[in-house]
Design a protein around this ligand. Structure first.
Ligand SMILES: [Fe+2]
Length: 333
């Protein structure tokens, strides 16, 4: 197997969508000063969560989650907190799942953009996941920021799995100073969580992991599409900021592992539909190129048609979902 590499799926747009402006007076992202890339001590696999080989086949990586590790230096963490606080003015609800988020922050903060598309960071996570990756081609999924809810009885985020394949969850505020609001994940499969939801239950405490983060600027790497997780409730109303940055596997033979339809009504339409189109165009273009490069001839019309269908699968799904419009956002509560 080739060594995992950091790649680019769709280049970051050179223009901003309507309504977005760059923040002023930001420091310039400097990998030397702002990063402190450390390796996770522990890695949990999809098999550890109970997924079968059939369920794991076609997924971006066999890894489910890691123990927390540092990504930002102390100076980087201070800058990230300042950016998070500055972007708070743009927060709004993401459907019914979470009350206060900022999406498209990478269209506002150059520092956040440069962190989220940093080749150094991408390579670090490619090595951890053991698969070649690129920053997510949809900018809305880069540097997604969650804020504490306005009411204490509300969990920061309901039990869910992500609309993207791979991500990291970063503590932006100091987890040691936050009353409750722990990041938690379920030691089980999506199917088990769905069965619990049917019975009116949520993951029991003895099957929930709440990792100890070493400080602001630390993360856990997550197979977001496969691991059921949430931000737990606060015990006291306090500032709590986390940042989630998403990646995709660049092997387009693998599953898309995305639910873009969930973003209708959440993301700004202009950004969403343009990014969505480019994202699926990238995947289908890559599959079509494979088909063009194939040697030999075939008279098996059914097989040829099926291959073509496979190549444009993501484009076809996107067209249908865009035309169908808003659905119901999926979660486990
Ligand atoms: Fe999530």
């Amino acid at each position: 197997m080739n060594a995992p590499t950091a790649e680019v799926a769709v280049p970051f747009p050179s223009e901003l969508p309507t309504g977005y402006e760059w923040l002023e007076n930001e420091p310039v992202f400097d990998p030397e000063r702002h990063l402190q890339l450390e390796a996770p001590a522990e890695i949990l696999t999809l098999a550890d969560l109970g997924y079968t080989p059939q369920e794991i086949a076609g997924k971006a990586t066999t890894i489910a989650a890691t123990s927390p590790f540092r990504v930002l230096s102390e100076e980087g963490a201070e800058t990230m907190l300042a950016v998070g606080r500055e972007l708070r003015q743009f927060c709004r609800p993401a459907g019914e799942r979470i009350e206060r988020v900022v999406r498209g922050g990478c269209y506002r903060s150059r520092w956040l953009r440069d962190l989220c598309i940093s080749p150094e960071v991408t390579q670090h996570f490619a090595d951890i996941y053991g698969t070649s990756i690129a920053p997510h081609p949809m900018v809305g999924h880069l540097g997604h920021i969650n804020y504490e809810p306005s009411r204490i009885e509300t969990a920061v985020d309901k039990w869910h799995h992500d609309t993207i394949p791979l991500d990291y969850v970063m503590m932006v505020t100091d987890p040691a100073a936050t009353p409750g609001g722990r990041f938690e994940y379920f030691l089980g499969t999506k199917a088990e969580a769905a069965a619990m939801r049917t019975r009116g239950e949520t993951p029991p405490p003895d099957r929930v992991v709440a990792p100890d983060f070493p400080g602001p600027g630390s993360v856990i790497a997550l197979h977001g599409d496969m691991v059921v997780h949430r931000g737990g409730p606060l015990t006291d109303l306090a500032e709590r900021i986390t940042m989630v940055n998403a990646y995709v596997a660049t092997d387009t033979d693998l599953d898309a592992q995305s639910r873009n339809r969930d973003l209708i009504g959440v993301d700004d339409p202009e950004a969403l539909y343009t990014e969505w189109a480019k994202s699926v165009a990238w995947r289908s273009a890559s599959r079509l190129e494979q088909l063009i490069a194939r040697a030999g001839f075939s008279a098996d019309v059914a097989a040829v048609a099926e291959e073509l269908e496979w190549a444009v699968e993501d484009v076809a799904t996107a067209v249908a979902e865009m035309r169908a419009g808003q659905g119901k956002i999926d979660h486990y509560e």
